[in-house]
Design a binder for this molecule. Sequence first.
Ligand SMILES: Cc1ncc(COP(=O)(O)O)c(C=O)c1O
Length: 290
Amino acid sequence: MASESFDNRKGILWIDGQFVDWSEAKIHVLSHALHYASAVFEGERAYNGKVFRLHDHTYRLHRSAQILGFQIPYAPDQINTVTMDLLKRNNLMDAYIRPIAWRGSEDMGVSAHSKSIHLAIACWAWPSYFSPEARQKGIKLIVSPWARPAPNTAPTAAKASGLYMICTLSKNMAEEQGCQDALMLDWRGQVAESTGANLFMVKDGQVHTPKADCFLDGITRQTVMGLARGLNITVIERAIMPDELAKADEVFLTGTAAEVTPVGQIGDWTYTPGAVTAALIEAYTQTVNS
Ligand SMILES: Cc1ncc(COP(=O)(O)O)c(C=O)c1O
């Protein structure tokens, strides 16, 4: 059965300063953001009524907007207060939260100096990004033909809508091939990340992850690196070439939606979720629930 359409759910959303019924949160078809991808967003999770690293997510939302050349007209503290209020109004203790800021529809054209800036926040229950069965065995990835762009060809440090065009193409391709996601290499041919999460590999008990110099330096990635170091596991951030993944002992993804997800296959290479991934899943679960 197809899941319920997102424009047809029950609940309360916040848009441009107002709490409104879910069905009333509409924008005009000539919005600049829709035509020219002038939108930035966040993905956050609440556990037991508390949003994990809310301040960091809100800060990144503001920062992403600045990178795209606009200022969100709500202060971070206001956004944090609205987020907590919204969870309460929707009776949600465990939820995924999606704030999005975008340019409006005053006039049509690529230039965007005079466009209004809008902000909306939605939240809903979303227990698992990948199915529990796939998570247990480790998810399957294809290697995407799309490369993460160089930082001088796209605003790669921002969580900006336009950057997800190649992610959707890659993820659709993966699902059409019976996989759950795609590994994306970068413009240099180095390992980058998946379509919505950062990537780590384990080799001889040490954790390796690519330097986040042309893709999102995830908040979960930073958390998991700290947790690994706390468990006396060496963490190395460096350039990783794809053939190194052939020799990895374990591979896993990190992200707010994906949390810590074991990888069971990348193309022809297979992995068994192991002790390091299990220890980090455990540590992450404890941290977000504490
Ligand atoms: C492309 C991409 N990379 C990485 C991440 C992980 O970021 P975070 O851990 O901050 O959720 C996300 C999720 O937001 C993402 O969409």
